[in-house]
Design a protein around this ligand. Structure first.
Ligand SMILES: O=C(O)C1=C[C@@H](OP(=O)(O)O)[C@@H](O)[C@H](O)C1
Ligand SMILES: C=C(OP(=O)(O)O)C(=O)O
Length: 411
């Protein structure tokens, strides 16, 4: 019975780094994720003058409630949207001029609702080229706070950035949200703020954050639920069994609900107190599923879909078009290259049952494209990738870990 140790959550690690940097005192993070996204976040903090001590399995951050320790910084956010969207908000709490830039794809990804809201809160923020895109410069003088309206229909990360900023403003924050995708990520934010001593009040679409700052703590990072999804899908496809310790009933991450999707398709799934097990049954039914809340698992399901006995239709995932690539089209294109019939609309994809044949997967530099089609590769010989290394964004050791699992699953 394979037990798989999954590396720490990207989303929790990024939030924990923000909260630790802003807190009063020294915070210890246990089992943080070491990957390009989270190391980019930590390096961004270092550039802003925060001390981040990194030893294997434990990171320590000296909090600075007063904001960055330097008056000038140039921060490269790499390909990570958490870094690119959360760090400008943190920088605004200081006093100085902070410039942010990012990868070519991250420069293309949207940001405008967040930067507008920051301006509404009194932040002097200027875009260098296109309005609502990196690169941008924050001329920080502390943040007044107040009331803003936010459209988070394209990314919940705008709301998370504002909520994280809330306790660091002079007057606190009141955010009225007109639309919201990926809602479980906001629940992660609120739960983690609570662990650092702040209670967000929510009344329907209105979020109220009191001023007063964060308290340092010791915080253990859960394994990454989106990453675990590839391993659960592997069990469902091969008729094997995979157990992931550390992700159970109390888990913060909404993406663990991917096991409910696998269960609806015919797999057995048990979410226990501190671990989750998925067992394949030889049955994989077609399904229609709304993935608005858990869209990082859309490619995982798309790559598994040809093996289902009926069509798989994934709905309400428009915002997967503005991720590391246009994921809807990248999945469709690669499924077609595998010989599978697929159609897409503005916010949906439908995959027909098929007999995939090996191909060179076009990754578009997207870690999830690679990790998803690795699941297909368990049953289809000859799958290669034009950029296998892009898994470094969230799981540098993915290929080794997945090959190891493969050897322990039924052939
Ligand atoms: O807040 C977070 O940590 C994340 C939120 C989600 O993004 P969107 O809210 O943009 O969908 C998710 O896709 C991303 O991988 C991580
Ligand atoms: C969309 C993702 O990342 P981010 O938006 O944080 O760059 C992801 O990891 O799938």
């Amino acid at each position: 019975m394979p037990v798989v140790d999954i590396p720490g959550s990207k989303s929790l690690t990024a939030r924990a780094l923000f909260l630790a940097a802003a807190a009063d005192g020294v915070t210890t993070l246990l089992r943080p994720l070491r990957s390009d996204d989270t190391e980019g976040f930590a390096e961004g903090l270092t550039r802003l003058g925060y001390r981040v001590g990194r030893t294997p399995g434990t990171w320590q951050v000296d909090g600075r409630p007063q904001g960055p320790a330097v008056t000038e910084a140039d921060v490269h956010c790499r390909d990570g949207a958490t870094t690119a969207r959360f760090l400008p908000a943190l920088a605004a709490t200081g006093h100085g001029t902070y410039r942010f830039d990012a990868s070519a794809q991250m420069r293309r990804r949207p940001l405008l609702p967040l930067t507008r809201a920051l301006r509404d809160l009194g932040v002097d923020l200027r875009h260098e080229a296109a309005e609502g895109h990196h690169p941008l410069t924050v001329r920080a003088a502390g943040v007044e706070g107040g009331a803003v309206t936010l459209d988070a229909g394209q990314s919940s990360q705008y709301l998370t950035a504002l909520l994280l900023l809330g306790p660091l403003t002079r007057r606190g924050l009141r955010v009225t949200v007109t639309d919201l995708v990926s809602a479980p990520y906001v629940e992660i934010t609120i739960a983690m703020m609570r662990a650092f001593g702040v209670e967000v009040r929510r009344d329907g679409d209105v979020f109220v954050v009191p001023p007063g700052g964060y308290r340092a703590t010791t915080y253990a990072i859960e394994p990454d639920a989106s990453t675990a999804g590839y391993f659960f899908a592997a069990a469902a496809l091969t008729g094997g069994e995979v157990t992931v310790p550390g992700l159970g009933k109390g888990a913060l991450q909404g993406d663990l609900a991917f096991v409910d999707v696998l269960r609806r398709m015919g797999a057995r799934a048990e979410v226990a107190a501190d671990r989750t097990t998925v067992r394949g049954t030889g049955r994989l039914d077609g399904i229609t599923v709304n993935m608005r809340d858990i869209s990082d698992t859309m490619p995982t399901l798309a790559a598994l879909a040809p093996f289902a006995s009926g069509p798989v239709r994934i709905e309400d995932v428009a915002n997967t078009r503005v991720k590391e690539c246009d994921r809807l089209e990248a999945c469709a294109e690669n499924l077609r290259r595998l010989g599978v019939a697929v159609s897409t609309g503005p916010d949906w994809i439908e995959i027909r049952p098929g007999r995939p044949v090996g191909t060179d997967v076009k990754t578009y530099g997207d870690h999830r494209v690679v990790m998803s089609f690795a699941v297909t590769g368990l049953r289809v010989p000859g799958i290669t990738y034009d950029d296998p290394g892009c898994v470094r964004k969230t799981f540098p050791g993915f290929h080794e870990a997945f090959a190891e699992l493969r050897g322990r699953l039924p052939r």
